[in-house]
Design a binder for this molecule. Structure first.
Ligand code: IMP
Ligand code: MG
Length: 175
């Protein structure tokens, strides 16, 4: 099986404009609040690092690592591989995710975070594939809606590869 880039979907310039717009929206919404950004590892680390540098307000940053439901047909318990190290009661929490796909992982993860009683809980996804949704989850802040194609780059991987591309591209698999 060989992998190759079929098409650039979002260039570096387009990504920068999207992240800038999100940072401004988030800045307006959370002005005066104690904002905690929770990045979902690993895919969100590039997006999150750009986002915080464009954010016009102060924030704190934590990371959560969970197993994905990608290869399972049924839900079940969420496997938290790395949990948050601090209590959330004092914070307005914004989960930062690379892509919203079936919604399975995110809906379980939001339930998990809600049990920690944050002041508020919201979701920011750089990419959204609404056509793929199996569980009703919507992001409060969406970078861009994309068609149902498998994408890599800007933190997103295929089998741990391609995360370091500075743009988002569609991946092609060939025998
Ligand atoms: P879901 O919304 O629970 O199906 O899972 C979302 C997770 O699946 C994301 O956080 C990504 O890690 C991964 N994922 C979904 N679609 C893609 C894609 O097109 N490229 C790379 N990873 C993806
Ligand atoms: Mg992810």
């Amino acid at each position: 099986m060989t992998e190759s880039i079929a098409q650039v979907l979002l260039s570096e310039e387009e990504l920068q404009a999207i992240v800038r717009r999100l940072a401004e929206e988030i800045g307006r919404t959370y002005a005066g609040k104690r904002l905690l950004l929770v990045g979902i590892l690993k895919g969100a680390f590039v997006f999150l690092s750009d986002l915080i540098r464009l954010l016009p307000i102060p924030c704190e940053v934590e990371f959560l690592r969970v197993s994905s439901y990608r290869n399972s047909t049924e839900g079940g318990e969420l496997e938290v591989l790395q949990d948050l190290a601090l209590p959330l009661e004092e914070y307005d929490v914004l989960v930062v995710e690379d892509i919203l796909d079936s919604g399975r992982t995110l809906s379980a993860m939001l339930k998990h975070l809600q049990t920690k009683n944050p002041r508020s809980l919201a979701l920011c996804a750089l990419l959204d594939k609404p056509a793929r949704r199996q569980v009703p989850v919507e992001a409060d802040f969406v970078g861009v809606r994309i068609p149902d194609a498998f994408v890599v780059g800007y933190g997103l991987d295929y089998a741990q590869r391609w995360r370091s591309l500075p743009y988002v591209a569609c991946l092609e698999l060939r025998d």
